[in-house]
Design a protein around this ligand. Sequence first.
Ligand SMILES: [Fe+2]
Length: 345
Amino acid sequence: MKVQEKWLRAFEQTFRKCKVEPGEIVRILAETESRAINIELAELALARMGAIPVKIVVPSLPSNTPVPVRSTGASHVVQNMPPVLQALSGPGLVVDLTVEGLLHAPELPRILESGARVIMVSNEHPEILDRLTTDLDLTSKVKNGVRMLAKAQTMTVTSAAGTHLDITLSGARVGGVWGGADRPGLVQHWPGGLCLAFPKADAVNGTLVLDIGDVNLTFKRYLESQIVLHIENDYITRIEGKSLDAELMRSYMQAWEDRNAYAVSHVGWGMNPQARWDALQMFDKTETNGTEIRAFAGNFLYSTGANDMAGRHTLGHFDLPMRNCTIQLDGQAVVDNGQLCEVFG
Ligand SMILES: [Fe+2]
């Protein structure tokens, strides 16, 4: 795959959102299995901006999990290696091109506390990154969404398909992604457009009905039949459905032999009007990490797996973006039947 001028421009635009300055030393973190074209694009775009790109490439890890891990945002490639951690610490931008991403990496808090800012480039074909890089600025809307999440005590999610979830938000860690890591201590990912909360323990109860066209992003697969998840005190206690979709879900979760794989990781909604629900259909599985589907405006994103706030750690992780849901915060709708409400300013 050859470098294209249009892709370079997209990388430059994102780095401008991250306030890269001429003369700034920018660290690019990659691994041996990283997408080579994106490393090259990052390096060239930074150089064109007058910055000094410095690459740190670590070995990808052997897989030692019972099932393949995909799209977790929790890379373990840094392995707490002191020289690597040292190189990633301190003020300045880190461009994260690891396969899984540093978003939930165990070392990230230390890296951010040291004054670095991190832009995680989702492991996508550059065409996807380019298509979702425009002048549209999601910053204030996403920040308003995060403020609303932070203030709310409860989130209620319903749908015509039969979803009814009650979520306690008090005590949750909330966050938002607008796509530019523009200050020290901040992590963002590209593409962006997401508000989310990691609830504390015993926060989620009810029924989640995954409908036709909802997505399992670990499998990068649109559901072709309904799956009913019964959730009690954060844990999926029953996965109802006779289809292949349901069977795959049961099988993957069982493979971890870890109860925490059944618990809630994060809940939230997509904010990016340019991200498309149907885009996954256009790419081979190796070409995408599915972040666009996490971010499409008006989805409800339910995720299972690790949740620091609840003291749960596991590599089993599902991101399940759903359409046509209504999301209320303390009774106020922020998403109505899959459409973002006009409440974000
Ligand atoms: Fe997730």
